[in-house]
Write a protein that binds this ligand. Structure first.
Ligand code: SF4
Length: 360
């Protein structure tokens, strides 16, 4: 990212300050953090299950989990999760600043406040003072759907997003608070991109990127990719959340792929797979569904090819560290282009996972 030069008149490079968020650092050249938001029930009975789920998502690349905190019970449940989770926990606060104060009695790493609904300046100041005292980071999370009242009718929504953040930053700055991250989210691509570019030109504050309410899986992936890849490729953005009407797992998977596509994640598996056509003699899709979560947990940069038939299978195998392909005469595994094994369909997953271990 240090090699990107922004348009004339802007800062020379989009470097940001490093902000500690629990055991993570966001900004300052630290690796891009992929995060998601909890979608399930949040009751005292669910704490253990959620902590286990965070461990699973962590293995897939998720670095941070945000929880909505709608009431005091939720504040305590989120607090208990933060006490037990290795993954840093973010508390998402709307309307009632007292929820932010309560949740910071627990080891949460970050609190998100929305300038559009957190209310009077003194309430924000109370939250900031407690965050300072507890070493908690704050995300000023501005959203086009909940802008502060005086900015809601601004025809330039991108400018209004930036202005809303600036007004809140003035309060944080007046108290000398520095552990701050900003997000400027709209539900359309152009506004999201423009607002974040303008902000990145002006400030060294780390940016959390996302398209808000991006939609169900497929349109959500398209919108998020279209908005986030240009920004991330330019060096803008320090953490991302892909907002989908789908599972946390899918949000993390898509986030990891966006990080890779934008050149911000150069470790892990580069998965080459054929789209499958009626020539196939190996169930590429079913196979990938079973091995993909495991592949995501691999840090080492390797290329893996999963191919349906001989048309392109052996050819792709030449460029891959490990390849598996149907041939019509059996399922073959290749290591760096050399055939190493032939297996039956029901042995394919185990054989593949065994062989991948030899590469790690
Ligand atoms: Fe079809 Fe074979 Fe190409 Fe896959 S590798 S798309 S099965 S021709």
């Amino acid at each position: 990212r240090e090699h990107f030069v922004p348009p004339e008149g802007g800062r020379e490079v989009y470097t940001t300050k490093a902000v500690p968020v629990g055991s993570l650092v966001i900004g300052g050249g630290a690796p891009l953090v992929v995060q998601t938001m909890w979608k399930g029930p949040l009751t005292p009975e669910t704490v253990s299950t959620i902590v286990e789920e965070l461990e699973r998502l962590s293995k897939m690349g998720c670095g941070l989990m945000r929880f909505a905190v709608p009431d005091m019970t939720a504040a305590e449940v989120v607090g208990r999760i933060a006490e037990r989770s290795l993954m840093p926990v973010v508390a998402d606060i709307h309307f009632d600043w007292r929820l932010a104060l309560r949740v910071m009695d627990f080891p949460v790493a970050k609190v998100r406040i929305n300038p559009g609904n957190i209310g009077a300046r003194w309430k924000v100041e109370e939250v900031v003072r407690k965050a300072e005292e507890k070493g908690v980071a704050i995300r000023v999370g501005v959203n086009s759907g909940s802008l502060p009242k005086h900015l809601r009718h601004d025809p330039d929504v991108a400018a209004a997003l930036v202005k809303a953040a600036e007004e809140e930053l003035e309060i944080l700055g007046s108290l000398g608070f520095e552990r701050v991250i900003v997000s400027l989210k709209a539900s359309d691509i152009e506004t999201t991109v423009r607002a974040n570019r303008v902000f990145a030109q002006r400030y060294e504050i780390p940016l959390h990127l996302g398209v808000t309410e991006a939609g169900p899986l497929i349109p959500g992936i398209v919108k998020s990719t279209a908005a986030l890849v240009p920004l991330l490729s330019e060096g803008i953005g320090d953490t991302i959340r892909v907002s989908l009407s789908d599972s946390c797992e899918k949000e993390v998977l898509v986030g990891m792929e966006i990080a890779r596509a934008s050149g911000r994640r150069n470790t892990g598996v580069n998965l080459v797979s054929c789209p499958r056509c009626s020539r196939y003699s190996f169930d590429v899709m079913g196979f990938i569904e079973r091995v993909y979560p495991y592949l995501l947990s691999i840090e080492r940069p390797i290329t893996v090819a999963v191919m349906g038939c001989v048309v392109n299978g052996p050819g792709e195998a030449r460029y891959a560290d490990l390849a598996i392909t149907g041939t019509g005469r059996g399922i073959f595994l290749y290591r760096k282009g050399e055939k190493i094994r032939e297996v039956a369909p029901d042995e394919a997953v185990d054989a593949f996972l065994e062989e991948i271990q030899h590469l790690l």
